[in-house]
Ligand binder design. Structure first.
Ligand code: C5P
Length: 242
């Protein structure tokens, strides 16, 4: 219901069944183990990455999660080269390399259909903005976030503030569930309060943080960092004992 979906639960179930026939049904996450600390870098798309030279710090992690239109090509020194997971919704997706997990955050039944079609025959529907008919990604590495997870993030982490969580905040909470140590890069609005990007010049000067409760999300990230250890260079939530 978040994005004008009018179909019922039966169509949802049918689509999910098709999804399970096409994509891995087993967990493809690194399992927790006492001898190994799963380190993750979560890389948002903030313009504050430009000139940061965080590339090597980001690439040092086991898991590197990027999102939406966040590229590495041309920005390696500041954002790194490796991507193990790329979180997208259909309207923000682009081609991935063969070793990267495509992680879909669905908002509507059509998003699940899009995933099935974009990796096979092509998707020819429309959405609130242009959506790619086909994308390149390794089918065997595809993951889909349970829609209930977005509800959980919105209700439990954001106290129902804003319309729904941003991709970046969803990604951070996903990382907290699948990693032992989470390093957070590339979050934070510019001096005018807009979520400007490292990848492009700001188009809309009145953007602010869109439909998302950006200030609230950012203060939660800061609280997480402060509860653990705040690094001057970047935020770090430490769970592993070294
Ligand atoms: O804007 P986009 O969705 O591509 O950026 C990915 C995420 O990075 C956002 O959802 C937001 O959480 C975070 N971001 C940020 N500050 C910015 C730009 C993006 O915190 N200036």
């Amino acid at each position: 219901g978040l994005q004008a979906e009018k179909r019922n639960f039966d169509s949802y179930s049918t689509t999910v069944n098709t999804l399970f026939k096409m994509f891995p049904t087993q967990s493809i996450l690194i399992e927790p183990s006492p001898g190994h600390c799963r380190t993750c870098a979560v890389v948002g798309n903030s313009g504050n990455l430009l000139g940061s030279h965080y590339g090597p710090l980001i690439d040092f992690n086991d898991v590197i999660i990027r999102m939406n239109n966040g590229p590495t090509k041309g920005y390696e020194a500041d954002v790194g080269k490796r991507t193990t997971h790329h979180i997208v919704y259909p309207e923000s997706a682009s081609d991935l390399d063969n070793t990267t997990h495509l992680v879909l955050v669905p908002f509507k039944i059509q998003d699940l259909e899009w995933l099935i079609k974009a990796l096979t025959t092509g998707f020819f529907g429309t959405s609130y903005m242009p959506v790619k008919s086909k994308i390149k990604a390794n089918k065997d590495l595809v993951m889909v976030v349970n829609p209930a997870f977005m509800r959980y993030v919105h209700d439990t982490w954001l106290e129902k503030k804003g319309r729904y969580p941003s991709t970046g905040f969803m990604t951070l909470v996903i990382a907290l569930h699948i990693c032992d140590e989470v390093h957070v890069f590339g979050y934070g609005a510019d001096k005018d309060g807009n979520w400007s990007h490292y990848l492009e010049k700001l188009q809309d000067r009145k953007l602010k943080t869109g439909v998302h409760p950006g200030g609230h999300e950012y203060s939660i990230i800061q609280q997480l960092a402060e509860q653990q250890k705040t690094q001057v260079l970047y935020w770090m939530v430490i769970i592993c004992q070294h």
